[in-house]
Design a protein around this ligand. Sequence first.
Ligand code: NZQ
Ligand code: ZN
Length: 385
Amino acid sequence: MNNFIYHNPTELLFGKGQLSHLTEKARQLGTSVLLVYGGGSIKRSGLYDKVVGLLQEAGCRVHELSGVEPNPRLSTVKKGIEICRQENVEWILAVGGGSVIDAAKAVAVGVPYEGDVWDFYLRTAVPEAALPLGTVLTLAATGSEMNRSSVVTNWETQEKLGASTTFPTFSILDPEHTFTVPRDQTIYGICDMMSHVFEQYFSHTEEIALQTRFAESILKTVIETAERVLANPEDYDARATILYCGTMALNGTLPVGVETDWATHKIEHAVSAVYDIPHGGGLAIIFPKWMRYVYRENVSRFKRFAVEVWGVDPSGKSEEEIALAGIEATEAFFARIGAPTRLADYKIGEEKLPVMAEKATPFGPIGSFKQLTSADVAEILRMCL
Ligand code: NZQ
Ligand code: ZN
């Protein structure tokens, strides 16, 4: 196990009715707030009215940044920064999925920064200050509610990049707020959280028994709960389990002391940057192909994955056959829950494949399980066609 420092300051308020704490949180953070939300799902569900009511009860003046896109855009972030500066906003409340939270994080670090907020994503600057940020999560997927990452798309340059920005001060997670998530987005969320575990599980670091079992337990829990959620979107306990899995998959618990990979995420971000496809859908296509491309780097890790996560019976099989059976089980699961399996499902052909391969490696080779050049990425994307 490698050395590590673990720090996560986000306060998590989890469960039915936890939104009632919003008033007391608002009183602590200030009277001028920017409410950030997406394309209207929170208005349709009634959550918008509840949130605004609670903020007003706390005496807040509520300014709004609405219409945050899935795969949030830099232009929208800049609008939010402008509003905050003009209105002397003291804190930000994001109500929505990962896109809304990521945009809000970008606004939070962009306001006190004199330069261009995109600098943080280009890695030419590191955020040193941020407005406080609270979140009300409505979609189980990214873990953004309890980590400091933000992923933003610069549509003009077709770049989708992640940056380390700021942790939410608090996040309210009520499983009932996820009841209205449409079937496709529920599936994408499941694929995304499983992919987060994969990125941190396929590692060459030795003696990481606890991290390994944490990862496997999240995967097994997601696998056994996924079909329950899809069969009954208002099953509170199933939604709660998936919601908690999404948070735990990317809140810093799994990577401590472990060399993690993240190449597949960079490949998916490149595909989304060019074709604007849903993140979890892209991952469902790319991850099994990445697995096939790299498993020989550490066959025994893939063998363990097959046996522990998918229950592959190892008897009578070679190590390689067991490893491949685990990859097949992953593919079969994604297909069974209704995730896309090929880039063709998004009408993506080979035309822009070299462009995407370059965009996936803007700072050089990616990944650590196997370092991938843009030529490797092109090969993996070709397998996804
Ligand atoms: O915009 P609205 O109207 O709110 O609708 C959204 C959106 O259309 C809808 N939705 C969300 N909650 C709902 C709901 N519809 C009905 N009822 C609800 N309760 O779902 C659609 C997708 O929302 P989005 O926020 O885009 O989904 P997700 O949470 O999957 O976020 C994806 C974004 O997060 C980034 C991705 O790259 C992508 O840009 N990621 C962020 C990470 C992080 N910050 O740590 C890590 C991830 O790996 C990922 O890269
Ligand atoms: Zn992801």
